[in-house]
Write a protein that binds this ligand. Structure first.
Ligand SMILES: Nc1nc2c(ncn2[C@@H]2O[C@H](COP(=O)(O)OP(=O)(O)OP(=O)(O)O)[C@@H](O)[C@H]2O)c(=O)[nH]1
Ligand SMILES: [Mg+2]
Length: 204
């Protein structure tokens, strides 16, 4: 009997622990750096203006970090794709262009953000974890985080979610300055995601 057990235990499939996969969704207005950030995390490289992941309605990549498996989704619009693949969102990432030559004003970004959030809440669980990435912080004259936080009214985020989701739950949000180009803030973002998932696991 042991011989049979040893034989099968050498097969990696029998040794693999059942690991959960977490869905991390990147969204944000055009040109803010969603694709660049996704591939900076995945490949550790700034893809610049190469064709990787460009011109597509969505991108999806698998990624491991601190023994966790992630599926990273770049979704320009959440609903059609999320419905199609029956997605459960674990972490929502809103990417904002923090440089002063951004294509959209912070007021437009705010409108987009709350629309996207309302949409995403349909696919979120009991806890909603939201990471706001203020990208392109390598550029001169970027908005300080406080300005983005105030303009997007982030301190009121919990009330907004409570009013727009069916469950009263714990919502955790965080804003982080990042640069897909220099890599600034990427590790901190991944640490935040990892810690938040740890916390979610402890609560359930
Ligand atoms: N300086 C600088 N440029 C960046 C950074 N991240 C992205 N870019 C540039 O911003 C432009 C848009 O980047 P993308 O990653 O394609 O942005 P996106 O949000 O995926 O754009 P869409 O998918 O078209 O909505 C490209 O020219 C990138 O090279 C950054 O951190 N710093
Ligand atoms: Mg893109």
């Amino acid at each position: 009997m042991n011989i049979i057990k040893d034989y099968f235990s050498n097969w990696s499939i029998f040794n693999q622990k059942q690991t959960r996969n977490y869905n991390v969704v990147f969204t944000g207005m055009t040109g803010v750096g969603k694709t660049s950030l996704l591939y900076k995390m995945k490949l550790g490289e700034f893809i610049g203006d190469s064709d990787i992941g460009r011109g597509t309605m969505y991108n999806v990549e698998y990624y491991s970090f601190r023994d966790r498996q992630f599926t990273l989704w770049e979704l320009k619009t959440i609903s059609p794709h999320a419905t199609h693949v029956n997605l459960k969102i674990d972490v929502l990432i809103l990417v904002v262009d923090s440089s002063n030559d951004r294509l959209h004003t912070l007021q437009e970004t705010k409108q987009y953000f709350y629309d996207a959030l309302k949409d995403a809440l349909q696919y979120s669980g009991e806890q909603t974890s939201i990471l706001i990435l203020a990208n392109k912080c390598d550029q001169p004259n970027t908005s300080i985080l406080k300005e983005i936080e105030d303009q997007l009214e982030l301190p009121l985020l919990n009330n907004y979610i409570d009013n727009n989701s069916s469950t009263k739950s714990n919502h955790l949000w965080h804003i982080q300055a990042v640069s897909a180009k220099s890599g600034y803030g990427i590790d901190e973002s991944l640490d935040w995601i990892s810690n938040i998932l740890e916390l979610q696991q402890q609560n359930y």
